[in-house]
Write a protein that binds this ligand. Structure first.
Ligand code: ADP
Length: 374
């Protein structure tokens, strides 16, 4: 009888132990699942592409960013080898080097399909149940490369723009020193050329500084409420002498009473002023320039319309680029730097607005600045 009770108690104890083990196991499984889904969440949310290649070359894991970078649609079938997805010799070589050396490596490469992308790939060894695996992390550096190229082009353009007037000044100075200085009549055109070219240099440096200011977010926009009628009247008056000297009539249409705009006064004057400069410069004797301002669905529109030479359709998309000119000769002749419109674009964007152009070759152009009124 006692023996039976002892056995029963033993069995009960065993059952209790088993039960508590089952509870612990369940908790551990829940923890593991939570960890796994957390890891999956991190991988899914990463902007960097992640790919893990097992010891046999088969892909063990790949996140959506890597699929996107590599242009893969849908899931990657189990057992797919990374070499089948990325047939890039540099990448394959890097994977082999990581495997052989056991050390991290980093390489830059360009993929041309599905679209051109510049990648920085870092590879390192990581552990996997099947043995040492290779972890690849892809950083998409396409935007960085684009900015780098822009910067390089910009430096090359600036150097070229500075070189032209400097060469002319140097040539004039050498001629003067070579004897023309002694003869006032012979020397005068060279001195005039120095004055003109140094004026060009000055405008170029001024425009570059303005561009740097409006581009850098440090330069704070100091908005104030600007009553447009008075403001635009002043701009027209400021440009009247230039218009007159080119026999162009410049007029302001009456602004709707009370129309006012929250904007940085200096920047707005620069933007409107540059548009008026262009409308006068790229015009013909007897031509007209009309300035208008009105509000339309919460947007203030400032329009500068001219009856000038117009812009060929194929150039329209590019005229807001730095240093882009339709007719280099004419722009130089009129003292243009090729930076005016890019300055205008930055000013409009810094105010949350934009700038638009419509033009008909030989008939004229209309530039519109659009600023939110709220
Ligand atoms: P620029 O200093 O050469 O005037 P902008 O950036 O102000 O530089 O203008 C870029 C180019 O766009 C000019 O060189 C000119 O070819 C063209 N352009 C600008 N405004 C006008 C306009 N109102 N009419 C015709 N062409 C224009």
């Amino acid at each position: 009888m006692f023996e039976f009770l002892r056995r029963k108690r033993k069995t009960e104890k065993l059952a209790e132990t088993l039960n508590s083990m089952a509870v612990q196991l369940q908790a551990q499984i829940r923890d593991l699942e939570a960890q796994r889904s957390q890891l999956e969440g991190i991988l899914e949310g990463m902007t960097e592409g992640v790919l893990v290649e097992g010891p046999d070359g088969a892909i063990l894991a790949i996140n959506p960013a890597a699929r996107n970078i590599l242009g893969l649609e849908g899931e990657v079938p189990p057992g797919t080898r990374s070499g089948d997805l990325i047939r890039h010799p540099v990448l394959q070589e890097m994977i082999e080097q990581v495997r052989a050396g056991g050390r991290p490596r980093s390489r830059d490469l360009t993929l041309y399909s599905p679209s051109e992308r510049h990648l920085r790939v870092r590879g390192d060894i990581c552990r996997s149940p099947a043995g040492p695996a290779v972890l690849l992390v892809f950083h998409d550096i396409t935007d960085l490369k684009r900015l780098e190229n822009l910067r390089r082009d910009f430096v090359a353009n600036v150097s070229h723009e500075l070189k032209t007037p400097l060469t002319a000044i140097q040539g004039a100075v050498e001629t003067l020193l070579g004897g023309a200085l002694k003869d006032a009549d012979r020397g005068k055109p060279f001195v005039e050329s120095i004055a003109e070219e140094s004026g060009r240099l000055r405008r170029l440096v001024d425009d570059l500084l303005t561009l740097a200011q409006v581009e850098s977010k440090q330069e704070e926009i100091r908005p104030e409420t600007i009553a447009l009628q008075a403001f635009l009247e002043k701009e027209v008056a400021r440009h009247q002498p230039a218009a007159r000297s080119r026999a162009v009539s410049l007029n302001l249409e009456p602004v709707p009473p009370g129309l006012a705009l929250p904007a940085d006064r200096e920047h707005l004057a620069q933007a409107v002023g540059n548009l008026l400069d262009n409308a006068i410069q790229y015009n013909r004797p007897g031509g007209r320039v009309t300035l208008k301002a009105f509000s339309d669905s919460g947007v203030c529109r400032i329009e500068v319309e001219d009856t000038g030479i117009g812009i060929p359709p194929e150039d329209l998309a590019r005229i807001f680029e730095r240093f882009y000119r339709v007719d280099k000769g004419r722009s130089r002749e009129t003292g243009g730097t090729g930076l005016g419109l890019s300055i205008i674009k930055h000013i409009a964007e810094a105010h949350g607005g934009s700038v638009e152009v419509e033009s008909r070759l030989g008939l004229g152009s209309r530039f519109t600045l659009m600023f939110p009124l709220a």
